[in-house]
Design a protein around this ligand. Sequence first.
Ligand SMILES: NC(=O)c1ccc[n+]([C@@H]2O[C@H](COP(=O)([O-])OP(=O)(O)OC[C@H]3O[C@@H](n4cnc5c(N)ncnc54)[C@H](OP(=O)(O)O)[C@@H]3O)[C@@H](O)[C@H]2O)c1
Length: 311
Amino acid sequence: MAALRSFPPSAAKSEVSSVPFLGARALFSLNGKVALVTGGGTGIGSFLAKAFVENGAKVFIASRKMSNLTATADALNAIVPNSCQAISGDVSSKSGCDALAVELKKQTDRLDILVNNSGFAYGGVGIDNVPEQGWDRTFYLNVKALFYLTVALLPLLEKGKTDTNTASVINISSVYSFFPSAFQPTVPGGGATWSYGPSKAAAAQLTKMMAASLMKRHVTVNAILPGYVATPMTKHAPGDILSKAHPSGRMSSAVDMAGIAVLYASPAGAHITGTLTVVDGGMTLQQPDAAGKDVGDSFRPKRDANGTPKL
Ligand SMILES: NC(=O)c1ccc[n+]([C@@H]2O[C@H](COP(=O)([O-])OP(=O)(O)OC[C@H]3O[C@@H](n4cnc5c(N)ncnc54)[C@H](OP(=O)(O)O)[C@@H]3O)[C@@H](O)[C@H]2O)c1
């Protein structure tokens, strides 16, 4: 048997000896962080609030309906005592964003995570039937609120931040920011949410513009672009139909949403900014209209003899 050769210990020092602990509990920890999640009483916002609380953060959730906020805050406080607080607020105007910032400043003198999640989807069945009021409400909430709430909270977000300890702004956009389906199964009877897709595209563009501006101030800005998620927003469309729109065969879950949000908000995300992360089980890898085709023609608008969509 050949003798084993022994080598003297290397004189060179490996780079890893000076690298900090890289276990997941350090990389993705939110310990001691303070978060605000708009629309945190329901749906995706409540999933993210739960993820933040369960990874060590204190979370404020804000929207118009105190009953939903209180129910979610009570549920999260039962899991982690004193981890969640509800604040009433309407972010669909600049004055509403400013008022929410004033209320938050009464509760905390710093903020580490802001999730601009509150959103609204407005569906007109046909291109000829889209009331202006719904169009405007969609843009106020899905675009303007992201900008003015972030700006109003910048003093809290910047406080105490460094190039490795950054604040994180997370905007909830949508795959409909770039996926040009005019036949969405979430619209009863088929048809497009004409103002929703453009509003989410604007949210994605705003994410990149604000990221470019705010990195020097140690604030990252990123967006999550979900496919379909089972929430109050999608409850009127049958779940199996929405599931079929994804090649994965299912809608996105709370786990799918939480994973990317925790990454963005954690030390592991401190150098990630201006990114748009699609979480859709491959939905947008199909032909642009495939999601609509897959769910069947029964969800397309019926047309009269002139080709006009019928309600
Ligand atoms: N579900 C999906 O498939 C899906 C896919 C892609 C993107 N998204 C986006 O995900 C975000 C969350 O939606 P969701 O699916 O979780 O539906 P959701 O449960 O209906 O969430 C919408 C939230 O927005 C809040 N909101 C509405 N108007 C508001 C206002 N004027 N001021 C403050 N908050 C307001 C609502 O709370 P109040 O009524 O109490 O104000 C609610 O909590 C939205 O931006 C949506 O566009 C959803």
